[in-house]
Design a protein around this ligand. Structure first.
Ligand SMILES: Nc1nc2c(ncn2[C@@H]2O[C@H](COP(=O)(O)OP(=O)(O)OP(=O)(O)O)[C@@H](O)[C@H]2O)c(=O)[nH]1
Ligand SMILES: [Mg+2]
Length: 354
């Protein structure tokens, strides 16, 4: 499926119906008086979060959304019908901004959540409203007002709880494939993953947790190099990062640092986001090398220049399944602890691995 995560749309509330001028004409009622009704209100435009949508793809093909207009007033003081509201469905996790100012208008995160984005115009008044002692036969009525019109910028931020990050070829997609039913492309070259993959990983209790695998990060990613930077915003909302380091790499500490630098440069709270460092492809290393690599990572994580991380680095192999149960157990434990008291705003409480 194509992955569209930004879109610009125009929304317009319906125009209010006009009020009208009319007079009551009935047998035996001379000078029946003004009876022109009011116009109906124009329809509003709303956005609604819908859990069945995953992308903003629909907005590639349709960009203008207008609610229906209110109906003109009728004779006998009858008001025109109001315009129907127009509800536009968007995926959960859609941020809505005013295109011109960039101001955040709302953030649709929970299914069913709605945001009013363009009010319909008020209906005009019929001449019945202008009846007074001085003027028994007013000829005056007013027109309906135009609805509001806005250009909106929609941006989808994936709602994954766990983000898998790392350099290209680290084995991120392979990991999400063995943990969940997601079937991303996996290949022996960098930049296999072009758009994020989401996978639901089942807890022992049967509940699912959404993991996101994003394209590999390279030096300069935060400034736009490579592909990963575009998708860093998707991991802004995760509660835990799994930082994969390729165990078969030449220098695991250097590889770890490259990505740490990018997180630091990107900012947006990723620096203090709970993070587990994971050495991948462990079955390719003999036990001595494996111990050495883990010790080197541990040494770096204990140093002041490292970003905070939780506990000691774990070793896994998506190929043999080694370490996967321990990894999942650690993930559930951390998520549970975070849920009981988010340590997010208290970075000081998170200790470096020792
Ligand atoms: N031996 C071994 N190879 C692995 C393991 N995990 C992944 N690989 C291989 O590593 C290569 C890269 O794996 P991917 O999962 O595509 O890596 P990625 O991190 O998603 O890469 P990008 O999408 O390019 O960022 C593939 O050839 C995988 O088969 C593992 O546990 N053991
Ligand atoms: Mg990949």
């Amino acid at each position: 499926m194509q992955f569209i995560d930004q879109a610009r749309i125009a929304v317009r509330g319906g125009r209010g119906g006009d009020g009208i001028v009319a007079f009551r004409r009935e047998k035996y009622v001379p000078a029946g008086g003004p009876s022109g009704g009011d116009g109906g209100r124009g329809g509003d435009v709303l956005l609604r979060a819908d859990s069945n949508l995953q992308t903003l793809l629909d907005f590639k093909f349709r960009r203008l959304f207008a609610a229906t207009d209110g109906v003109r007033g009728g004779p006998n003081r009858s008001s025109g019908a109001s315009g129907k509201p127009l509800v536009i469905k968007v995926p959960c996790g859609t941020e809505v901004r005013d295109c011109r100012t960039g101001i955040l208008l709302g953030d649709l995160t929970t299914p069913g959540q709605e945001l009013l984005v363009a009010c319909g115009g008020r209906g005009g008044l019929g001449n019945a409203r202008y009846l007074s002692n001085r003027n028994r036969a007013p000829e005056k009525c007013t027109e309906g007002r135009d609805g509001e019109a806005w250009d909106l910028w929609l941006e989808l931020k994936l709602l994954a709880e766990v983000g898998i990050i790392g350099q290209p070829n680290a084995g991120k997609s392979t990991l999400i494939a063995v943990l969940s039913a997601a079937r991303p492309r996996i290949a022996d070259y960098p930049f296999t993953t072009l758009v994020p993959n989401l996978g639901v990983v089942r807890k022992p209790s049967g509940d699912g947790t959404v993991f996101a695998d994003i394209p590999g990060l390279i030096a300069g990613a935060a400034q736009g190099a490579g592909l990963g930077h575009e998708f860093l915003r998707h991991i802004e909302r995760t509660r835990l990062l799994l930082h994969l380091v390729d165990g078969s790499g030449e220098d695991v500490v250097a590889d770890l640092r490259v990505v740490e630098e990018e997180l630091r440069a990107y900012g947006h709270g990723l620096v203090t986001r709970p993070r587990l460092v994971v050495l991948s492809k462990a079955e390719l290393l003999d036990p001595v090398n494996l111990e050495e690599s883990l010790a080197a990572l541990k040494g770096h994580l204990a140093s002041p220049e490292a970003l905070p991380s939780l506990g000691a680095p774990l070793a896994i192999s998506a190929a043999t399944g080694q370490g996967l149960e321990a990894l999942k157990a650690a993930v559930w434990r951390i998520l549970e602890a975070e849920a009981n008291g988010p340590a997010d705003d208290r970075p000081g409480e998170r200790s470096n691995a020792s």
